[in-house]
Design a protein. Structure first.
Lengths: 405, 84
C-alpha cells in the first residue's frame, strides 16, 4: 500500500463527501488536514491538563508547562536544532518573519540593504517592505529565471552591496522550486548578512536540518505540517538570538522588572511574550511525532512520486500550461498550472463540483505572478495522505475541462 | 469600462477584462441594467440587482466577482462627473 492509502484513514476529514464525491483534498500547501492523533492531543490537553504555563504553582499549571516545553523538545529534534534555546514558538510563519524584521530592524538605517527574491510569499516580503519604509533601507530582489529558478549570478552581485539581511524561501509555494538555501546562507553570511529562510513549504515535505542549512533564522507554520493553526516556529541560531533585542515585550519574556526598565528572560522565552498557544504546541508535537514515524525521507519520496505523476498527466493535456521546474526532483509537492481560456477561479469552482479541492489565484505571490505575466494559477498540492487516485481524478477532471473549451 | 453619456443618461457602455466567468457575466448584466438610466439612478443600483439578473447560485467566496463590475461602472461615472 502507498503512504497515501495507509495514512488516509488517520484523517477523519477525508471521509467527507463534497458535492456528491469523496473529497480529493489537493490544497495542502495552503493548509494541511489533521490526523486524529493531533485532534485528540489537543482535546486531551484541554480536557485534562490546561492551565497557564510557567507561572502557576499548582498541578495543572505544572502539567501544562511540562507539555508545552516537551513540544519544544520534540520540534528541536525534528528540525535538528542544536539546543532548545533556539526554538521559539510563534503563531505562524508570518509572525516569525515580522518578529525578526522588527527586532533586526532596530539596528538598520538609511541606505542599508535587504535582499528578498521575486518568488517570496507576501509573508516574507511585506514585513521587509514595511521595515524599509520605516528605516529608509533599500529592498532588492533576486530575479526568477525561466519562470523557475533564482538568478544565482544576480544574487552574488547583490551580495557585493553588503546587505544586512537576506530573506529567502526554502520552497516556493507556487513554483515548488527548492532553493539552494544552504549555499545562499553560506554566501550571505560570508558577506555579513543575517539570513532568514521561510520554511513554510519545506518542513512539512522534506527532511530539514536547520543546523546543517546554516541560516540564522528559519521560520515555519504548524498548520501546514498536520498540526493546528495558531502555532509556528522561529528557529534562531543561539548566538544571534542572544545578541538580538526582543521584538515585543510583555509577560514571561522578562526576569526582573522595575518601573522604568527590565531585565530580559533567558532564551527562548525572551521571544515569547504573553500566554503562548499552549494547546497548539501540544498538537504540533503530535504532528511532529506523526511525521517522524512516517519518516521525512519517505514523505518526500511519496510526494515526489505524486508530483511526477501529476506533472506527466497534466503535461499530456494540450490546453494546460505548467509553471515551475519541470523536473519533479527539483520541486516540492506543488503543481501550479493554467487551462487555456479558463480563469483559475472558474477552474477551481468546476473542480470543486467534482469534489476536488485546489487553490486558485495569486497564492500570495503577486510579484511572481507579475514576473510570469499572469493573473493567477490553479495549484494542486500534496501531503502524506494524498493518493495516486486523488491525482488521477484531478488529471481526468482537468482533461475534461480542456475538452469543454 | 468605457461609458458614453447623453443628456445625463448612460447611452452606451462596454468593458474589456481578463476575468473569471462570473465577473464577465456580471459586467455584461451590470451594463444591461444601467443602460438608458440617468446617472443618479445607476448609482442607486446594487449587487442585489445584479444577482437577481444573474439567476445563478453564487457562493460567498465569489460575491466580489459579482460586485466588482457595477462598482467599476459607478466609479467611472463618478469620475466623469467629478471631471466635469
Amino acid at each position: 500500500m502507498s503512504m497515501g492509502e495507509l495514512t488516509r484513514p488517520d484523517f477523519p476529514i477525508l471521509r467527507r463527501v463534497v458535492n456528491g464525491h469523496p473529497i480529493a483534498f489537493l490544497d495542502s500547501a495552503a493548509s494541511s488536514q489533521k490526523p486524529a492523533s493531533v485532534i485528540e492531543a489537543i482535546s486531551r490537553y484541554y480536557g485534562q491538563s490546561h492551565a497557564n504555563v510557567h507561572r502557576s504553582i499548582h498541578t495543572l499549571g505544572e502539567e501544562a508547562t511540562e507539555l508545552y516545553e516537551a513540544a519544544r523538545d520534540a520540534v528541536r529534534g525534528f528540525i535538528g536544532a542544536r539546543a532548545r534555546e533556539e526554538v521559539v514558538f510563534t503563531r505562524g510563519t508570518t509572525e516569525g518573519v515580522n518578529m525578526i524584521a522588527q527586532a533586526v530592524g532596530r539596528t538598520l538605517g538609511p541606505g542599508d540593504e535587504i535582499i528578498v527574491t521575486e518568488m517570496e510569499h507576501h509573508s516574507n516580503l511585506i514585513p521587509w517592505q514595511m521595515l524599509c519604509r520605516d528605516r529608509g533601507a533599500r529592498l532588492r530582489a533576486v530575479p526568477v529565471l525561466d519562470g523557475a529558478h533564482l538568478d544565482l549570478a544576480a544574487f552574488d552581485r547583490l551580495l557585493a552591496g553588503r546587505p544586512r539581511v537576506v530573506a529567502v524561501t526554502h520552497v516556493s509555494n507556487v513554483l515548488g522550486t527548492i532553493n539552494p538555501v544552504a549555499e545562499l546562507a553560506r554566501k550571505a553570511r560570508a558577506a555579513g548578512a543575517l539570513v532568514l529562510v521561510d520554511g513554510a513549504q519545506a518542513v512539512p515535505h522534506l527532511p530539514v536540518d536547520v543546523a546543517a542549512l546554516g541560516a540564522d533564522f528559519y521560520v515555519f507554520s504548524g498548520h501546514k505540517m498536520l498540526g493546528p493553526t495558531g502555532i509556528g516556529v522561529l528557529y534562531g541560531r543561539r548566538e544571534v538570538l542572544e545578541a538580538l533585542e526582543p521584538a515585543w515585550g510583555g509577560g514571561e519574556m522578562i526576569k526582573e522588572v522595575w518601573i522604568d526598565h527590565a531585565q530580559w528572560n533567558d532564551l527562548p522565552w525572551r521571544f515569547e511574550p504573553g500566554t503562548p498557544p499552549i494547546a497548539a504546541a501540544v498538537g504540533l508535537q503530535a504532528a511532529v511525532e506523526y511525521l517522524d514515524k512516517l519518516g521525512m525521507t519517505r514523505v518526500a519520496g511519496h510526494e515526489q512520486a505524486l508530483t511526477a505523476m501529476c506533472l506527466e498527466a497534466l503535461r499530456a493535456i494540450p490546453a494546460v500550461t505548467l509553471y515551475g521546474p519541470e523536473n519533479p526532483e527539483l520541486k516540492g509537492a506543488v503543481v501550479a498550472f493554467n487551462v487555456q481560456g479558463l480563469h483559475p477561479h472558474d477552474g477551481a469552482a468546476l473542480l470543486d463540483q467534482r469534489g476536488i479541492a485546489v487553490r486558485a489565484g495569486h497564492h500570495c505571490a503577486q510579484p511572481l505572478m507579475k514576473r510570469l505575466g499572469i493573473a493567477g494559477t490553479l495549484r494542486a498540492s500534496f501531503s502524506v495522505y494524498t493518493t495516486a487516485e486523488d491525482v488521477e481524478r484531478l488529471a481526468a477532471a482537468v482533461g475534461a475541462l480542456g475538452d469543454d473549451l | 469600462m468605457e461609458c458614453r453619456l447623453v443628456d445625463g443618461r448612460l447611452a452606451d457602455a462596454r468593458f474589456t477584462g481578463d476575468s473569471c466567468a462570473i465577473a464577465a457575466a456580471s459586467a455584461d448584466l451590470s451594463i444591461e441594467l444601467a443602460l438608458g438610466r440617468p446617472v443618479e439612478e445607476v448609482h442607486r443600483l446594487g449587487t442585489a440587482d445584479v444577482l437577481e439578473r444573474l439567476e445563478a447560485d453564487i457562493r460567498p467566496s465569489r460575491m466580489k466577482c459579482v460586485a466588482l463590475p457595477l462598482g467599476v461602472l459607478q466609479g467611472a461615472l463618478a469620475g466623469k462627473e467629478v471631471a466635469r
